[in-house]
Design a binder for this molecule. Structure first.
Ligand code: ADP
Ligand code: MG
Length: 715
């Protein structure tokens, strides 16, 4: 079949993901479509593959510049002619693109919504075969991420009347879908809504006490792998990043309070596997298509299931096993509740938070619960969440429950959860004494149970509907009608045994180990090789090969080109470029004893194809990445510091993966900016240099101009 052949040839994949094939066939039939697929479901393929078969260009509207560059780089890495057009490019890059358009050689063109009008001067409507609107929810004010520039897309269908249109998004309920179709003028478009299940994500929830220790335990399983840790506040992002960095992890913080340039550089380094872990607020992730994120951790509880689901969706896009870990703490819930109360539609938000909390406290299959939220129902338990993997033991907790419920009763339902526990445990703190509850009969009746365990048990009682939190009454606990039966009719209560911390740490997790058929030593060596090749080619490692491909190589150990071609993710283009490097590794592995192989890989310096002498910029940049200062680099390379600053500026312009801001202070930038016109007029630094009478060196002037221009052009 033609489509399948192309899938293998260009992308290296053997089969379609659910719905891809039907969608692609419809696109080839020139139908308008509305596609909803979860993150990582493979939406891009739905227009990328047809673009290779259509007569004419495929326009892809994409909201984020970083995402655009990423996708185009990935396509190019597969030998597909693609380009992008946005305001971050300088005029020579734009000219180059326009030349490519004129020669009609481009298959795919990514465009920012803001730039679409500009582009119309260079595009003949008849040359456009397909328009793909990615992240289409941005067009709808009903969607969660409305972008004004997207409303300009309303005219696309009129301007390019011959082209068919496909709108794609990961989040759109029925109302949003209707709105998207209406606005894009494709009201009759056929809808495809894929399953939201992501079976390769292991779902785990753990109690949020001692998070850092739990985190360290968890990270042992993910040595050198990429992951995102979501925190509630900017401050907690920074604190956690500091703590982890102090423990030797490769980590950075990311939140909206950081300088734009710095954030971009964190993102870029994360994409390239140069930073492994990012501690972020939910501002992070939208612009990232990185396929090898192996874990997403919620250090704090998300405020609703939609957000949670979208965030965990950023793990495991490549389809390889990945982990979504959520820390659940009562304190977070209270805090989120307070936020919700202060917001506009607090009732809805509180109800959503309640669902989130129920999910976190579930004693039944989490995936079933999660999917049911999106009106999708599984017939069986998933077998890949912590509940399924560790079916809890239950015990007869009737007496324990009676103690708690009776204390609530005797305190006239005027105590919060914390106070209840204090009273049960016979605490003598000020709150207890002031309340006078030390005189009730159940005071101290639960001394034998630890504070934390009481908390867990009471949450279970709440979950079972025996207690309610009166959120509008200072979070006091109230008895429900069912509680009466337990208190006065001796109705039995079963509670789940709380796992001990060491049991929690030893809990079965589906991703603890790579599957046993994977040769771990070979896999590690393959990763190392991938990193070397990526840095030579200036690509993100996952663009060389995904984790899934490396795992497949490690499992099957191909020894010649034919066998290598069979590996998932190896298409014709990558076969040509990479087969020999990877095959020499697999052959070596096959021939040597494992221990010798490990020794060989560890001791050999990378087989560097020397960077050409002419790439003097990159030589400085590599030293910078090695942690050397500008001064040191200048000494080693026997160049002027100014020259090195110039190199870093150049690199910043082309890749944004070095941080140049520390070398200059803001007031100097502002000072130079006030005379920016002098530079602009002559497109040379000399007039500036002369104006400031030499008080700024050429290197500093170059830095300032770079920063000024980056700022001007940033969207
Ligand atoms: P989405 O845009 O839906 O979030 P992407 O289009 O970025 O997802 O695809 C996620 C990953 O899945 C990418 O690495 C892509 O190469 C891969 N992928 C897409 N289609 C297939 C397929 N048929 N087989 C294997 N991998 C695929
Ligand atoms: Mg996508």
């Amino acid at each position: 079949m033609k489509q399948l052949e192309l899938l293998k040839k260009h992308f290296g994949y053997d089969s379609f993901r659910p719905l891809q094939e039907q969608i692609i066939n419809d696109v080839l039939d020139h139908k308008d479509l509305m596609v909803v697929m979860p993150t990582g479901g493979g939406k891009s393929m739905c227009f990328q593959l047809p673009s290779l078969m259509l007569d004419g260009i495929t326009l892809v509207i994409s909201p984020l510049i970083a995402l655009m560059k990423d996708q185009v780089d990935s396509l190019k890495a597969n030998g597909i002619h693609a380009g992008y057009f946005n305001s971050s490019q300088d005029s020579s890059q734009q000219q180059e693109l326009i030349a490519a358009l004129n020669s009609k050689s481009l298959k795919l063109l990514y465009v920012a919504p803001e730039s679409i009008q500009l582009l119309q001067n260079y595009l003949q409507p008849k040359d456009v075969a397909l328009i793909a609107v990615d992240e289409a929810h941005c067009i709808s004010t009903w969607g969660h991420d409305f972008r004004p520039a997207y409303t300009q897309l309303t005219y696309l269908k009129k301007s390019f009347s011959q082209a068919s249109m496909i709108a794609l998004t990961a989040t759109a309920d029925r109302a949003t879908r209707e709105d998207i179709k209406k606005q894009l003028d494709i009201s009759d478009a056929q809808e495809y809504v894929a399953s939201f299940d992501r079976p390769n994500l292991t779902l785990e929830v753990r109690p949020g006490n001692n998070r850092l220790a739990q985190l360290r335990q968890f990270l042992k399983k993910y040595k050198d792998e990429s992951g995102i840790i979501y925190c509630l506040s900017r401050k907690s992002c920074e604190k956690l990043a500091d703590q982890l960095s102090g423990l030797g992890y490769s980590v950075a913080a990311y939140h909206a309070g950081l300088e734009h340039r710095f954030r971009e550089s964190v993102q870029e380094q994360f994409i390239k596997d140069e930073i492994k872990i990012v501690c972020a607020t939910i501002a992070f992730g939208m612009g990232i298509d990185k396929s090898n994120v192996r874990f997403v951790i919620h250090y704090n509880m998300p405020k609703n299931i939609e957000g949670y689901y979208q965030e965990i969706g950023r793990a495991g896009r490549d389809g390889a096993d990945s982990n979504a870990l959520l820390f659940h703490s009562y304190a977070d819930v209270i805090q989120l509740r307070n936020f919700a109360m202060d917001s506009g539609n607090s009732e809805v938000q509180i109800a959503k938070l309640e669902r989130m909390k129920q999910f976190a406290e579930a004693l039944t299959c989490r995936r079933r619960m999660l999917l049911s939220y999106f009106n999708e129902y599984l017939d069986t338990d998933c077998g890949n969440c912590d509940v399924c993997l560790n079916k809890p033991d239950f015990f007869d907790a009737t007496v324990l429950a009676q103690k708690a419920l009776s204390a609530v009763y005797r305190m006239k339902e005027q105590a919060s959860l914390n106070l209840l526990i204090d009273v049960l445990r016979g605490a003598q703190n000020a709150t207890v004494i002031e309340s006078g509850f030390q005189t009730i009969k159940t005071y101290g009746a639960g001394k034998d149970i630890s504070w934390n365990n009481w908390q867990q048990y009471i949450i279970q009682l709440i979950n079972q509907g025996l207690l309610e939190i009166a959120f509008h009454e200072y979070n006091h606990l109230k008895l429900t009608p069912q509680a009466q039966a337990v208190l006065f009719e001796n109705q039995p209560v079963q509670l789940a045994v709380i796992p001990k911390p060491e049991e929690l740490a030893a809990r079965k997790s589906a991703v603890e180990q790579l599957p046993s058929d994977v040769n771990k030593e070979l896999y590690e060596a393959l990763r190392k090789l991938r990193m070397q090749l990526a840095s030579q080619k200036n690509l993100a490692p996952y663009m060389v090969f995904s984790d899934v491909t490396l795992k497949d190589i490690a499992a099957r150990i191909p020894l010649d080109k034919e066998e290598f071609e069979d590996i998932t993710g190896v298409g014709a283009h990558k076969l040509e470029i990479y087969a020999s490097d990877f095959l020499s590794l697999t052959q070596e592995y096959k021939m040597m004893r494992t221990s010798d192989f490990v020794y060989r890989v560890a001791t050999s310096s990378p087989k560097k194809k020397k960077t050409p002498k002419t790439d003097t910029v990159f030589e400085s940049v590599q030293m910078y990445w090695d942690g050397k200062t500008v001064e040191e680099i200048a000494i080693i390379r026997e160049l002027k510091e100014d020259t090195i600053l110039g190199h870093l500026s150049k690199r910043y312009i082309s890749h944004k993966d070095v941080d140049i801001s520390p070398y200059i202070n803001i007031s100097d930038v502002e000072n130079i900016e006030s005379k920016y016109d002098l530079f602009k007029e002559h497109n040379a630094l000399k007039p500036l240099y002369e104006h400031f009478k030499g008080s700024y060196s050429y290197g500093i002037l170059r830095l300032a101009i770079t920063l000024i221009e980056a700022n001007v052009k940033a969207i």
